[in-house]
Design a protein around this ligand. Structure first.
Ligand code: AMP
Ligand code: MN
Ligand code: MN
Ligand code: MN
Length: 275
C-alpha cells in the first residue's frame, strides 16, 4: 500500500495542478494521498471534484498545512479530516492566505536594494489563477529574468529569512491554530519536526494538544524517525508521513509512509466522529 500525506499543488507553491497530482498518484499506484497546500484547501476540493466516480483505487484525504508561529519560531501544522465548512478554519486560512499578496509586493520592492527590477506581472504569472504568492514564485520569476539559475540560488542569495529582501508573512499563533483545527473536527499534526531548530518545540506542541507527529517525513534521517516514533508512542499521538512534494523534484515513486499512518488517522477520525 502506497501512502503520501504531504503534497503541494498549484493552489500553493507546487507545480502540478490538483488534477495532475491525482493522475500522477494514480499512475504510480498510490492508495492514499493528501493534498496539503499551504494555507488553503481549495486545491483539495478541486481534486476531490475531479476524482468523482473515477480513480477508485486512490483515496484522497482532506488536508492543509498552516504556517504558525511559536515563540518566534515558524512551526508548520498539518490538519487532516477537518470539517470543510467550518467558518473559523476558513477565516483563519483566509487571513494567512490574503496577507501573502502585499508581502510579496514588498519583497519585490526590496529586491531593488540588490539592483533587481523584477516584473510584478511575471511573479503573478507563476502564482497562477489563485494568486497564491510564495517565495518560490518570486524565485521562478528571478530565474526567468536571468538574475539567477536555480530556485536554490534564489533562496541562498536573495530570499532567505535573513535577507534584506525578506518580509515575514502573517503567521497565526500555533496554539490558536491547533485549537481551531480541533474545533473543526480535524486532526492536527506537527509537520516535519526534524526541521525544527529545537526538539523542545515538539513537547510544547504536545502540551498545546497536538494530535500527531509527521514521523515519516521523507528527509528525516533514521535517528530522527526513531526519536519521533518513540515520542509519538509515549504520548499516544498519531504518526503520519509524506514527501512535501512541490513538483521540482521527481515524483517520489518509491516513497511510502507506513500503513500504520492511515490506520492511526482513520481510527482517531472515527473516534472523534462517534463522540
Ligand atoms: P513562503 O511561504 O512564501 O515564505 O515560502 C516558503 C516556501 O519556500 C516553503 O514552503 C518551501 O516550499 C520554499 N523554500 C523555503 N526555503 C527554501 C530553499 N532554501 N530552497 C528552495 N525552496 C525553499
Ligand atoms: Mn512550500
Ligand atoms: Mn512545511
Ligand atoms: Mn509542505
Amino acid at each position: 500500500m502506497k501512502i503520501d500525506l504531504h503534497l503541494h499543488t498549484t493552489f500553493s507553491d507546487g507545480k502540478l495542478s490538483p488534477e495532475e497530482m491525482i493522475r500522477n498518484a494514480y499512475e504510480n499506484h498510490y492508495s492514499f494521498i493528501s493534498i496539503t497546500d499551504h494555507d488553503t484547501f481549495a486545491g483539495y476540493l478541486e481534486a476531490k471534484e475531479f476524482m468523482k466516480d473515477k480513480y477508485h483505487t486512490l483515496e484522497l484525504i482532506p488536508g492543509v498545512e498552516i504556517s504558525t508561529i511559536f515563540e518566534n519560531t515558524e512551526v508548520h501544522i498539518l490538519a487532516y479530516y477537518f470539517d470543510e465548512t467550518n467558518e473559523d478554519l476558513i477565516e483563519l486560512l483566509k487571513q494567512v492566505y490574503d496577507s501573502r499578496y502585499g508581502r510579496a509586493l514588498e519583497m519585490v520592492a526590496r529586491l531593488k536594494t540588490f539592483g533587481i527590477e523584477l516584473d510584478w506581472a511575471s511573479v503573478l504569472s507563476y502564482a497562477g489563477k489563485n494568486k497564491y504568492i510564495g517565495r518560490p514564485h518570486i524565485a521562478r520569476a528571478l530565474i526567468t529574468n536571468g538574475s539567477i539559475k536555480t530556485i536554490r540560488e534564489a533562496f541562498d542569495k536573495y530570499l532567505h529569512n535573513d535577507s534584506p529582501a525578506y518580509v515575514p508573512k502573517l503567521k497565526v499563533d500555533t496554539e490558536y491554530a491547533i485549537n481551531v483545527i480541533k474545533k473543526a473536527g480535524g486532526i492536527s499534526v506537527l509537520a516535519h519536526p526534524g526541521r525544527l531548530s529545537d526538539d523542545s518545540i515538539v513537547y510544547n506542541c504536545i502540551d498545546m494538544g497536538i494530535d500527531g507527529l509527521e514521523v515519516y517525513y521523507v528527509s528525516h534521517i533514521t535517528g530522527q524517525t526513531r526519536l519521533y516514533e518513540q515520542i509519538a508512542l509515549e504520548n499516544n499521538l498519531v504518526r503520519t508521513g509524506g514527501t512535501d512534494f512541490h513538483g521540482n523534484e521527481f515524483f517520489y515513486v518509491n516513497y511510502s509512509a507506513p500503513d500504520i499512518c492511515i490506520k492511526d488517522l482513520k481510527a482517531l477520525n472515527e473516534k472523534r466522529k462517534n463522540k
